[in-house]
Ligand binder design. Structure first.
Ligand code: SAM
Length: 221
C-alpha cells in the first residue's frame, strides 16, 4: 500500500496540551517543519455552549462513570471536516478497536488526512461510533485513561511511513516488521564492554558475511 506524500492529522481532544512535547521533538518535529506531516489540535470544549464547557454526561441505564456527549463531537467534526481537502478518515482510539499493527499502520498511512478522536471517561456515546467514525483503533488489550497517548503512538507510527520522514530510506527498509521479520541485533562501540564482546563477524569488514549473519538473526528472532 502506497503511503500518502504528506498527511494532515486533525486531533480532537479535551487535552490538546498533552501533545506539545512529543510532537515538537525529534523525527515528528522535523517532519512537521518540513511539511511532511501537519498536525492540527482541536479542543473539544470549543464546541460546548454552557458555562462549564461540559463534554460528558451520566450514562442512560445507570452505571459507573460518565460518557462523552454526542453534540459537541458532531459539531466539532462538522466544523473540522471542511477545514481542508479531502474529507478526513475518522479514527476513534478505543480498546475495543482493531489492534494497531504494521498492516494497519500502512493502511492508515495511505490516507492524506486523518482525524483522531480521543476518548475520555467511559468513552463516547455509541451514536458517534455508528454515524461519525470510520474505524476504531486499539493500541493493545489494556485500558489507558484517554485516547491521547494512543493517538500519539498511531501518529508517530503512521508518520514514519511518509516518504522523507526518516531521512535515509534505508532505515525504513531494515526496520522490524518489514517483510514480516524483526530487526537484527545492533551493537556500537566499544567492541568489548564488561567482557561482553560484539560478534566477530561484525568486526570482520566482510560485507556479505555481515549481511548473511543479520539475515539469520532476523529469521531466528
Ligand atoms: N470504558 C472503556 C472500556 O471499558 O472499553 C474504557 C474507557 S478509557 C478509561 C477512556 C478512553 O481512553 C477510551 O474511550 C479510549 O479513547 C482511550 N483508550 C483507552 N485504552 C485504549 C486502548 N487500548 N487503545 C486505544 N484507546 C484507548
Amino acid at each position: 500500500m502506497t503511503p500518502a506524500a504528506s498527511i494532515r492529522f486533525d486531533i480532537l481532544t479535551i487535552f490538546p496540551g498533552m501533545f506539545a512535547g512529543p510532537l515538537d521533538q525529534s523525527i515528528l518535529g522535523r517532519a512537521r517543519q518540513d511539511g511532511l506531516i501537519e498536525v492540527h489540535l482541536h479542543d473539544l470544549r470549543d464546541w460546548t455552549h454552557d458555562r462549564h464547557r461540559t463534554v460528558d454526561d451520566y450514562p442512560f441505564g445507570g452505571g459507573a462513570g460518565m460518557v462523552m456527549k454526542p453534540e459537541p463531537i458532531f459539531e466539532a467534526l462538522e466544523a473540522i471536516r471542511p477545514l481542508a481537502e479531502p474529507a478526513p478518515y475518522v479514527v476513534y482510539l478505543s480498546p475495543q478497536g482493531r489492534r494497531l499493527d504494521r498492516a494497519l499502520v500502512d493502511e492508515l498511512a495511505a490516507h492524506p488526512r486523518l482525524l483522531l478522536l480521543c476518548g475520555r471517561y467511559e468513552g463516547v456515546d455509541e451514536r458517534v461510533l455508528e454515524h461519525a467514525v470510520d474505524l476504531e483503533v486499539s493500541v493493545g488489550d489494556f485500558v489507558v485513561s484517554g485516547g491521547e497517548l494512543p493517538a500519539m503512538m498511531l501518529l508517530d507510527a503512521v508518520a514514519r511511513r511518509v516518504p522523507g520522514v526518516l531521512g535515509g530510506e534505508g532505515s525504513l527498509a531494515e526496520e522490524s516488521f518489514e517483510d514480516g521479520l524483526l530487526e537484527y541485533p545492533q551493537y556500537t562501540r566499544p567492541a568489548v564492554f564488561r567482557d561482553w564482546a560484539v560478534p566477530d563477524v561484525l568486526l570482520s569488514g566482510h560485507h556479505a558475511e555481515v549481511e548473511r549473519w543479520r539475515r539469520r538473526e532476523r529469521l531466528l528472532r
